[in-house]
Design a binder for this molecule. Sequence first.
Ligand SMILES: [Zn+2]
Length: 471
Amino acid sequence: MSSNLKNFKCLIHFNETQRGSILSEYLTYSMLHEMVMQKFKLEANAVINLSFKLSSFDFAVDITDDAEVTDCVQTKKKLKLVISLKLSLKMDLSDYEVPRVLVTCRNDNEVFEMLFIAIGASIRTFLNYLRPVLMIDAAHLKGLYKGTNLVAVAMDGNNQIVPIAFGICKGETGPCWSWWMSVLKECIGDNPNLLFISDRHAAIALAVEKEFPLAFHAVCCRHLMMNLGLKNKKRKGLFWKICKAYTREDYATNMNTLQIVQPDAHEKLCRAGPQRWSRAHCPLVRYNYMTSNSVESVNACSVIYRKEPVLKLAETYRAMVQEWYYKRRQLAANMTYEITDWAANKVVKKMKSATWVVKGVNAYQYEVSDGQYIREVNLQTGICGCRKWQLSGLPCGHVIAITRFLGLTDCVHYVADWFKKPKYQATYSESIHSLGNMQQWEFPENIQKAIPPRMDNPQPGRPKNTKCIQS
Ligand SMILES: [Zn+2]
């Protein structure tokens, strides 16, 4: 390989025929990979670690024909459709292998490169007792070597964060995310029910697509909103109504309103692919998780530790998980209801359906008039026409009205198992153990030593942090 391929810049442009979000099917990692292979006439078996940075992900990119871009920019005729950006591509052509150990060194120099940590108990918790939703995010480290901290979290039945995996790498690049996700896949496997939620960083999108081809990658609606240029609070409220709509009818009604009041935002949302951000259109169940706020709050917890050396940071993470497991195990042992407090609160809020009119169809099917709509409910299949029941796992007002109609004392039976006592107690049944004093550790003789890393400087362009907007 010629060395001038290692760093280069080229122009990209929005090609109308390939328009679409980078997160959508219009532009996949393999397409981008292929474009680079063709452009530089690389052999099919060349190993490429491709990472790139864009200032906007709202459009597909086409890097196959720079001349066309230059022409367009010069003539300024097609600028409305064709806008140019600079794309920095870093190609690392050194051999890249996925090690099977937690801490790995690349090259002969034994330089520390990346770290992946997953505690076995957390992985088993996730696979057995938690909803298959993972939020992933990165935060910049402030210590001597800078670098980036990667985190994946899931949520328990009490809507509390459960850290699943943790990592440190040199920067938020494609190779780093891909390696980290590949080790995560060794722990949890890939499956078609798995949902990832993250911001729209291109490296995350590529890593999910490459390492978890069966899973679905949804985007954080808060990050999406930041790119829409919504003019006022009312429009932001409208945006949240659209994202959170359970039915496609509600979604369409509010989207139509947005199209009238701010057509550019409407167009951006359409291009981003509604299945990525709309609850009504998501092919999997998003529950109440429209943002990646939870994972960012874990990063916020570690903010004071981010100046610490790698081992200290890793131990801080482990100790945090140990403490959370301990406290929640106590909480689970003293549960008041058959469902978690959070789920109970949610259900209570929906108990305003006393005046709703219920008519029976048969033993399982009912018709509930809520003053605005008539919804059909099937207690056997767990489906209500409003879709809240099946998309949240918690009974909607219609189901609650039926339980009242049937003279039942509660509606626990209609709450999904994720929120019930046995699952919640099992979530924290395993203990996370202390590592003890390092002075007392027994080190194997052939232990591999790592020398300090070469970390990248933090990348610009990430939102600093993090006024969480309620989702
Ligand atoms: Zn309903």
